[in-house]
Structure formats: structure tokens, C-alpha cells
Ligand binder design. Structure first.
Ligand SMILES: Cc1cc2nc3c(=O)[nH]c(=O)nc-3n(C[C@H](O)[C@H](O)[C@H](O)COP(=O)(O)OP(=O)(O)OC[C@H]3O[C@@H](n4cnc5c(N)ncnc54)[C@H](O)[C@@H]3O)c2cc1C
Length: 468
């Protein structure tokens, strides 16, 4: 078998014909690795696998790169005003900085241009089959995979290719999680999920109820405060609304300094509470419910404007929705309000509809895989998931190192099978491990990781694999 560095670029010459168990023709791609998706995670996967000498075929259902950050994509969750929540230095890939003259929190259009530059610089497009969606992946011949694709939208015949390994980078911010409320179907007003929210014109002049206090829900409430005739913001609990800047620096950078100094969690929580007290003040003074948890126990909300608009009466904080009536919404405190538009900013759920859920250890089929390092699959050493993370900072550096680790694992399977076997043991023993402190039990925190803890765990795994 060739070493990873001998693997060539995938092309027709490396393809041979095989047959499936039911006699279908299969293009055998030899030692080539398949990557599903060309968003941030897929791009860095292609780049790192190719740099380690592997042939790579990437399938992307859209006609462009950038995934969630490409607003032209029909499943993109970004809206006109989306900016990064994590700051630039903590979000960029470690080997490809964003331009120095970009703001701390670039706009989504800048993110797309960043990915375009990344793809051009590392010559990634030649690996990508655009407009092609993966409909099925199945294990075959031990550790190899049959990947079945078709043109997005279902046109044309299906085609199956056989790969040495698969890295799934299909994103987890595109399949809306919709809440169930009594009376929702009977409600006569307009209802949308935040995934359909694109432009403040959709809110203009309307009485709007925004449900959910994730970063998206807070952004939409702030826009409604400026565009709608009235905005109610419904949250199930009180939250810590952190400003995007603390002491003149992006908040995640201040937090990272504390983490780098290994300041213990309790002390960080105390400092955070003190800082919020001194800057934002007592949230209950604004009519916001008191948080029922300490900071860092829910995914951070970075929004400097929400409390400001509450303070100006442009956002009315309200509790959870109890039920909907045809012309009103009843809240859990018994109040009735009469929005014309309800925006559910209730998040997203991961979906791996092309794969038997049990393979990822999602035995209940709820969409929550049981993986090690949120990436590696017990009993399937040639399958991994990239980007299934909700970090307290930027995602891209974390996925970069996930991809490096997967590439080194595939190399080790050829050059040091003993280390690859030891790695497989750690995957089985560690599946489901968490890399964050205590967080509230909700789907929102399924993939929550503290970026420092997570990077340390990746580094340890890399060192073990390399025998250092
Ligand atoms: C409003 C909002 C703000 C955010 N802000 C930040 C932030 O500040 N910092 C940060 O780090 N992250 C942020 N995120 C998280 C964001 O999801 C990540 O930054 C990043 O986009 C994840 O990249 P990904 O490649 O894993 O997934 P995606 O960007 O979703 O890309 C997945 C790709 O896979 C393709 N695909 C899916 N299924 C298939 C299939 N079956 N076949 C072929 N192709 C397929 C999709 O078309 C898509 O192109 C934010 C998310 C949202 C919604």
C-alpha cells in the first residue's frame, strides 16, 4: 500500500470499477478520502488532508463554498446584519489570518470573501464536486465506505464511489429546531423560524414576538427594536447578556487571557459577575429575569445592544410562551399579547440523514452522536465528523486541528498501525466525553466546548498518536 505522501491528486486514473453486493457499478477511488460539505469545516478538511498527501474528493450540495457564511445558499442561516460573535483573531484559521485592517467582528460577506481567499490560496476548488449532495454512506469491506451522490434536488441518476475514509463536515446550523406549542397551527398571524429571517424589512412596522435568547434571537430582537412597531422578547430563563467589548477589548479576548493564565473557574465567574455589574448593571432593574445559573453555564450571549433597547422601552422582555390562540399568544405568567409576527429563534439540530444514526452512536436517533473529541467514531476508525462543536470562541481553529488529527490518524494506519489501534481504544473509551464546565442540559449545549480545554485535548491526542 502506498504511503500517504505517495497518494496523488484524485483523478480518473486512480479510479477502478468495483461492484456493490447487489451488482451496481461502483467507482473505487482507492485511497482517496471523501469530505462531505465545503463550508469552513470541509474546506479546512480538504486542505489538511491534501497537505498530508491524501487524495480528496469533496461533495458540496450548493454551487459555492462557505456553507453557512454564504448568504446565497438556500440553507444559510445568516441575515443581512450578521457579524461574527467571536472576534477575528480567535476565529481565523491558524495558518491563514484575516486581513489586519478588518474589524474585530467582520460582516458575513467578509467571512465569505475570507473563505474564497482560503480556497484560492490552497487551491481547494479542484477537489470539490459542486451541486452534488451525498444521499447515503455505507460501511463496506471493513473500514472502507460507499458514498452515494446525486445532483442537488434529485436530478439525474445516483452514483456510488468507494473511499478509504470519510470526513463529514455537513454543518449543524441549517436544520431548524421548531418548538411545539398548543395552538401553533391555529395561530392566524405570521410564524417563521430564524432561519428564514434575512432582512429587517421583514419586521418593519409589525408587532413582533421573538422567542429565544441565543445570539440570533438577541440580534433579531435588537433589529425589531429599531424596525417593528413593538417587540416582545420571550425567554425561558434569565441570561447573562455580555457586552462584545470589555475594557476596550473584544470580550472573548479578555476571557481567553484569563483562561491562558489558568484562572480557576470560580474566580473567572466572580470576575465576570463583577465586570457585568460594573458595566451592564443589575439586569432585573431593566425588567429582565434574574439568571438562574452562573456565567459559563450557558453558551455565552455577546450582545451590547439588547439591554440598551430594553432600557429604552423598545424591547419588552416576557417569559416563555404557554400556548397560542388564533389572535393572541398566552405567556406562562398568564399575560396575553397580540403579535402579528412570531419569530422562533429556537436554534438548530444536527442531521445526518445520509447515514444510519447507530453508526454515530446516536442510538435514540435524536441527532446527538456519541463521539470522542466530538469527532471520532467508535468502531469506525476511518469515519469522523468535523465542526460538530459549539465553542465559547471561534470555531475554525478547532476544526483545523480536528482535520490535522484525522489526517495523522489515517497516516498512522499505514505507517504505525500500533498507534492507530491505541487511538481507536481511546475513541471507544472516551466517546461522549465533555470539554466544557457544567452547562445547562439542553440541545443548545449538546456540543458546547471550552476552546482551551478542547484544544488541549486535541493536542494530547496528536502527541499520543505521534508517540511524543
Ligand atoms: C447566526 C450565526 C452566527 C454565527 N457566528 C459564529 C461566530 O461568530 N464564530 C464562529 O466560529 N461560528 C459562528 N457560527 C457557527 C457557524 O456554523 C460556523 O462558523 C461555520 O459556519 C460552521 O462551518 P461548517 O463547515 O461546519 O458548517 P456549514 O457552514 O453549515 O457548512 C456545511 C456545508 O455542508 C454542505 N452539506 C450539508 N449536507 C450535505 C450533503 N448531504 N451533501 C453535500 N453537502 C452537504 C452544506 O451545503 C454546507 O455548505 C455562527 C452561526 C450562525 C447561525
Amino acid at each position: 500500500m502506498p504511503t500517504p505522501t505517495e497518494h496523488g491528486r484524485p483523478d480518473a486514473e486512480t479510479t477502478t470499477l468495483a461492484r456493490s453486493h447487489d451488482g451496481r457499478p461502483i467507482a473505487d477511488r482507492g485511497d482517496t478520502v471523501c469530505v462531505i460539505g465545503a463550508g469552513a469545516s470541509g474546506l479546512t478538511a480538504i486542505k489538511n488532508l491534501a497537505e498530508h498527501g491524501f487524495g480528496v474528493d469533496c461533495y458540496e450540495r450548493e454551487t459555492g463554498i462557505g456553507g453557512a457564511w454564504n448568504w446565497r445558499h438556500d440553507r444559510s442561516p445568516v441575515y443581512a446584519s450578521t457579524h461574527l460573535i467571536s472576534s477575528r483573531p480567535f476565529t481565523q484559521f491558524p495558518d491563514f489570518p484575516m486581513p489586519d485592517d478588518w474589524p474585530d467582528y467582520p460582516h458575513h460577506s467578509q467571512l465569505l470573501s475570507y473563505f474564497e481567499r482560503y480556497a484560492d490560496h490552497f487551491d481547494l476548488r479542484r477537489h470539490i464536486w459542486f451541486g452534488t449532495e451525498v444521499v447515503r454512506i455505507e460501511p463496506v469491506d471493513g473500514d472502507r465506505w460507499d458514498v452515494t451522490t446525486r445532483s442537488t434536488g434529485g436530478y439525474g441518476p445516483e452514483r456510488t464511489s468507494r473511499y478509504a475514509a470519510v470526513l463529514i463536515a455537513n454543518g449543524h446550523n441549517w436544520s431548524p429546531k421548531l418548538p411545539r406549542y398548543d395552538g401553533l397551527e391555529q395561530f392566524r398571524g405570521e410564524v417563521m423560524h430564524a432561519s428564514s429571517y434575512k432582512d429587517p424589512a421583514q419586521l418593519r412596522g409589525k408587532r413582533v414576538l421573538v422567542v429565544g435568547a441565543g445570539n440570533t434571537g438577541c440580534d433579531i430582537a435588537v433589529e425589531a427594536a429599531q424596525q417593528a412597531s413593538h417587540c416582545w422578547h420571550s425567554t425561558r430563563r434569565g441570561y447573562w447578556y455580555a457586552p462584545k467589548y470589555v475594557f476596550g477589548r473584544p470580550a472573548d479576548q479578555v476571557n481567553d487571557t484569563l483562561l491562558a493564565l489558568r484562572v480557576p473557574l470560580r474566580l473567572r465567574q466572580w470576575l465576570y459577575h463583577r465586570t457585568l455589574r460594573l458595566t451592564v448593571g443589575d439586569l432585573t432593574r431593566f425588567g429582565l429575569p434574574a439568571p438562574d445559573h452562573r456565567v459559563y453555564e450557558t453558551h455565552p450571549i455577546a450582545n451590547s445592544q439588547l439591554v440598551y433597547h430594553v432600557g429604552h422601552g423598545a424591547i419588552t422582555p416576557v417569559p416563555d410562551v404557554a400556548r397560542l390562540h388564533p389572535h393572541s399568544v398566552e405567556l406562562t405568567d398568564g399575560r396575553q399579547i397580540d403579535p402579528e409576527l412570531v419569530v422562533f429563534a429556537t436554534g438548530y439540530l444536527p442531521r445526518f440523514e445520509f447515514l444510519d444514526a447507530k453508526i454515530l452512536g446516536d442510538d435514540e436517533g435524536v441527532g446527538r452522536p456519541r463521539l470522542w473529541l466530538n469527532a471520532f467514531v467508535p468502531n469506525h476508525p476511518t469515519l469522523a465528523v468535523a465542526g460538530l462543536l459549539q465553542p465559547d470562541s471561534g470555531l475554525f481553529p478547532l476544526v483545523h486541528w480536528q482535520a490535522v488529527l484525522f489526517a495523522r490518524l489515517l497516516q498512522a494506519r499505514i505507517t504505525r498501525p500500533d498507534r492507530a489501534d491505541a487511538f481507536a481504544g481511546r475513541v471507544s473509551a472516551g466517546a461522549g466525553e465533555r470539554y466544557s464546565g457544567r452547562v445547562k442540559d439542553s440541545t443548545r449545549h449538546w456540543f458546547e466546548v471550552g476552546h482551551v480545554d478542547y484544544l488541549r485535548a486535541l493536542e494530547r491526542a496528536l502527541r499520543d498518536l505521534e508517540g511524543k
